[in-house]
Design a protein around this ligand. Structure first.
Ligand code: FAD
Ligand code: AMP
Length: 478
């Protein structure tokens, strides 16, 4: 006899596992199906984010930054650190341990909240039935009142650079190098390419990033993107814009990449090549022909603002649907859907999803950029504050970058907060909180900020919007 559930979730990434936990908290009988096989040959929860995404990349970013600091940045503090070396396998093993602890933690949370875990491949059939094919091939049918599809995404592969066992890799392979490549190529100057390129550059690799577009970080505010290009280039990343990769040849554990740029066809040889050209939704063998769920023209499951698919009672969330491919976007959609299933009126503010690039300095923003607001014809006032004028940043010897606050010229309402600098991700979150509550630049300016903090740079940038900054000359005096 088939088992019946109020909610069946397919996929246990940050979208699926959060949806399952919230649904169970709300008293719904919930199951979650996952098929990801971890390093130990067993099914693990947590999806891309915990296993091969956000967490392992940040573990390597943090380790590699400590190495870089010990080698390059201690002397200025009067600290002598001679003979600093790295043990890459130990660094990678530390990362694996963090992943193991966190993914194990999700299993514990499932038990604590009463979520039933199924190991295997989930497929949506007609009438909200879900077929689970276990690792042993055994098939089981679950009857669901509601289904939440959270099958996530995987790296895009491109014909000019097909993956190989150990020379041309995707982001997952780039988290597993056991030694520092002397010359590293990265295709794609997006978030993942810049973060992984930074990890290996800090450890000593000579890194070239090949980016087809002429514009660097087109989604970011132009002023911030310009500053980012300057700072990252100064760190040694060779970022080549307008360079489209057209071919590659692997010989004797090296790869020669062909690309075209303004000067015509070029070739460059690398010891490793990371393909980081984006991610695509996972829908293979997920939907039976008669499931009724439709896919949009770009391969994403079609959903409305509340993540409802074309079939009543079937929802889809996270990377498999439209919008930013970000873990926090996936999780919040999971919460919204679980709560709506339970009868609450939850919704999500898609205008305030923060974006972060975890390079050093970090690059982060929430809301709209100056160029997009201008293109919409919105008149704005802009305030900026450089970390070079921040006492706290100076104390930390970490003064690159700035905070930029953009407000509506008529109402003073904050429309965007953009930061490149130390702890940009945390500062932008403060901006997001303010914006969620409809703050004006003046409101932010009137708040008391602890001294000395990096947050004071946000305070000063908000004051600068109306020409009231104290610790920098104001562009506009009022
Ligand atoms: P996923 O995390 O992809 O999870 C989907 C799960 O569903 C997978 O475990 C998969 O095995 C399972 N699944 C798929 N099909 C089936 C099926 N038929 N049956 C059973 N199970 C199935 N985002 C951030 O917000 N911050 C970051 O710092 C960040 N860094 C990243 C770094 C890297 C290197 C990468 C690759 C990604 C990063 N991301 C980051 C993106 C983030 O990982 C994704 O946006 C997020 O994981 C999406 O969550 P999801 O639940 O939609 O899908
Ligand atoms: P993202 O989607 O943010 O991960 O960024 C991926 C980047 O890869 C985009 O900026 C693309 O322009 C870039 N890209 C895609 N294909 C190629 C290619 N063949 N050569 C160079 N860059 C590419």
């Amino acid at each position: 006899m088939s088992q019946k559930f109020d909610v069946v979730v397919i996929g246990a990434g940050p979208g699926g596992y959060v949806a399952a936990i919230r649904a169970a908290q709300l008293g719904l009988k919930t199951a979650c199906i996952e098929k990801f096989i971890g390093k130990e040959g067993k099914v693990v929860l947590g999806g891309t984010c915990l296993n091969v995404g956000c967490i392992p990349s940040k573990a390597l970013l943090d380790s590699s930054y400590k190495y870089h600091e010990a080698k390059e940045a201690f002397a200025v503090h009067g600290i002598e650190a001679k003979g600093v070396t790295i043990d890459v396998p130990a660094m990678v093993a530390r990362k694996a341990n963090i992943v193991k602890n966190l993914t194990g933690g999700i299993a514990t949370l499932f038990k604590a909240n009463g979520v039933t875990s199924f190991e295997g491949h989930g497929k949506l059939l007609a009438n909200k039935q879900v077929e689970v094919t276990g690792l042993d091939g055994k098939v089981e049918i679950l009857e669901a009142e509601n289904v939440i599809i959270a099958s996530g995404s995987k790296p895009v592969e491109i014909p000019p650079a097909p993956l190989t066992d150990d020379v041309i890799v995707d982001s997952t392979g780039a988290l597993e190098f056991q030694s520092v490549p002397k010359k590293l190529g990265v295709i794609g100057a997006g978030v993942i390419g810049l973060e992984l390129g930074s990890v290996w550059a800090r450890l000593g690799a000579e890194v070239t990033v090949l980016e087809a577009l002429d514009k660097f970080l087109p989604a970011a505010d132009e002023q911030i993107a310009k500053e980012a290009l300057k700072v990252l280039t100064k760190q040694g990343l060779n970022i080549r814009l307008g360079a489209r990769v057209t071919g590659s040849e692997v010989k004797k554990k090296q790869v020669t990449v062909t690309f075209t740029d303004a000067n015509g066809e070029q070739k460059e040889t690398f010891d490793k090549l990371i393909v980081a050209v984006g991610r695509r939704p996972v829908t293979a063998n997920l939907l039976a022909a008669d499931s009724g769920v439709t896919i949009d023209e770009r391969g994403f499951i079609f959903v409305d603002d509340h993540c409802k698919t074309s079939v009543p009672g079937v929802y889809a969330i996270g990377d498999v649907v439209r919008g930013a491919m970000l873990a926090h976007k996936a999780s919040e959609e999971g919460v919204m859907v679980a709560e709506r299933i339970a009868g609450h009126k939850a919704q999500m503010n898609y205008d305030l999803i923060p974006s972060v690039i975890y390079t050093h300095p970090e690059i982060a923003w929430v809301g709209k950029s100056e160029q997009s607001l201008k293109a919409e014809g919105v008149e704005v006032n802009v305030g900026t504050f450089p970390f070079a004028a921040s006492g706290r940043a100076m104390a930390a010897n970490d003064t690159a970058g700035l905070v930029k606050v953009i407000a509506d010229a008529k109402t003073d309402r904050v429309l965007g907060v953009h930061v490149i600098g130390p702890s940009a991700a945390e500062l932008v979150q403060q901006g997001a909180i303010a914006m969620e509550f409809g703050s004006s630049a003046e409101d932010l300016g009137m708040m008391v900020f602890s001294h000395p903090t990096l947050s004071e740079a946000l305070h000063e940038a908000a004051l600068a919007v109306n020409g009231h900054a104290i610790h920098i000359a104001n562009r506009k005096k009022r």
